[in-house]
Design a protein around this ligand. Structure first.
Ligand code: ASP
Length: 439
């Protein structure tokens, strides 16, 4: 068994947290490839090391004195090192980094040092070999990730190695300039390493016990999703559920490697397993509920719309020309409705309306704002009769008016449009009917 284990910032925020991580790694000999983030927040209101680095570099670029600020970063690492009681000094690295800040080595370079330094500490603490991500994670001159080249380099450098630490979040361009992924990108590094070594599983350790069925800000003590497919996860993350960086799915998915989301602070919890496909039946028919507020809808009516060839294309072209992406497009015989993000749409509203008038000469048009979309996602819906009926009777009982219904052809999700101020109640009603009443 080979496992890649990635630990997020809050899992590595202090010496105490490092010790938990050490115990987790020691508990399973398959946990041989470790990808750490930079130290995150220790408590509410604390600042992540990555944010300290960005701010400190900003000072350096503006020609301001930054030594005092940099000292805060040094203190964070020294506190961890002292708390772990290891014989390690980062003084040489600190002074190189300060020099590089003075030479304006780049924002990405600055941010990446959080993971770089944490990788060195982690390797020393565990007695593992340290491999600099700059030597194995490749970007091209334009800053785009190079998956083939990276895969080859990683395979070559990890060949025959027993225990390795590779810092997350960054790599390098061909000329050696440091480049980072977008924020939260250590998740992506973990996935890339898992793919290269063909790991049995990619464990992603964080500060929650997996994906929740619904947003905990709306549903207190929401149940955890035990198993979810990549496709379901895509639907839920698109609709706002976040635990994992979106791009972390793709490398492992190609190789059919599952991702296991686990909690550093409660390692005994089963967590969430993300898989390509599974015959495990979801516990509650639905896998999860997610949603977003802030949509507007543009409804267009025209007699005989259904027989007018190219009608939909002409309407959508108006949105395209105004660079507005559409989210959903339910339609009837003589009507079609386009859902868009309200804040983007508002600025271009009048241009789009006149554009549609000119393009398709509608009989009637109506705009509605302050709408929310809710996605009810679940592979289990395909095999279960009455799911839609349960959703809509729950909403009716909660006195919520449904503005729009859209069921994907895969039967994996049902999208429901409601007014923004019905959003929370709608999610509660759906959660209750599928989860609370099933317990
Ligand atoms: N440290 C980086 C961030 O704060 C990357 C990561 O944590 O994955 O975004």
């Amino acid at each position: 068994m080979k496992k890649v284990v990635k630990f997020g910032g809050s899992s590595l925020a202090s010496a105490e947290q490092f010790k938990k991580v050490g115990a987790i790694i020691k508990a399973d000999p398959a946990r041989r490839f470790v990808v750490p983030s930079a130290p995150g927040k220790r408590y509410d209101g604390d600042t992540k090391v990555t944010d300290l680095l960005y701010a400190c570099y900003e000072k350096a670029v503006n020609g301001e004195e930054f030594s005092d600020f940099f000292q805060k970063i040094q203190d964070r690492y020294n506190e961890i090192i002292n708390g772990l009681g290891i014989a390690l000094s980062l003084e040489k690295e600190f002074s190189t980094i300060k020099n590089q800040f003075e030479n304006q080595a780049g924002r990405d370079y600055a941010a990446s040092r959080g993971e770089f330094l944490n990788g060195i500490v982690m390797a020393a603490y565990l007695g593992f070999e340290f491999i600099d991500a700059a030597d194995v994670i490749c970007f091209n001159e334009n800053g785009e990730f190079e998956s083939e080249k990276t895969d080859q380099k990683l395979k070559a450098s990890l060949e025959g190695k027993e225990h390795v630490v590779i810092p997350g979040f960054y790599g390098a361009k061909p000329d050696g300039t440091i480049q980072t992924f977008s924020r939260g990108g250590s998740d992506v590094t973990g996935s890339i390493v898992a793919k290269a070594i063909l790991a049995d599983v990619y464990e992603n350790w964080t500060d929650v016990s997996g994906f929740l069925v619904a947003d905990p800000r709306i549903i207190k003590d929401s149940k955890v999703i035990e198993t979810i497919t990549y496709r379901e996860l895509r639907e839920l993350s698109y609709m706002g559920a976040t635990v994992l960086h979106e791009d972390a799915i793709f490398p492992v998915r190609k190789e059919g490697i599952p991702i296991h989301i686990l909690n550093t602070n409660a390692p005994q919890d089963p967590g969430t397993l993300i898989v390509e496909s599974t015959c495990r039946v979801p516990k509650y028919t639905i896998t999860g509920i997610a949603g977003k507020k802030g949509f507007a809808s543009i409804s267009i009516d025209k007699d005989m719309m259904n027989s007018e060839i190219g009608f939909g294309r002409k309407v959508l072209q108006v949105f395209e020309e105004n660079e507005i992406a559409f989210e959903h497009m339910p339609s009837g015989i003589d009507t079609m409705t386009v859902f868009v993000h309200q804040d983007e749409f508002e600025q271009k509203e009048q241009k789009i309306i006149s554009g549609i008038h000119r393009a398709v000469h509608p009989d009637y048009m109506e705009l509605e704002s302050d709408l929310a979309l809710i996605a009810v996602v679940g592979r289990g819906m395909r095999a279960t009769r009455g799911t839609a009926a349960r959703i809509f009777s729950a909403l009716a009982h909660a006195r919520i008016n449904v503005k729009m219904i859209d069921q994907g052809s895969s039967e994996l999700n049902v999208i429901i449009g409601v007014k923004n101020n019905d959003f929370e109640d709608a999610i509660k009603a759906i959660y209750d009917i599928f989860v609370t009443t099933q317990i």
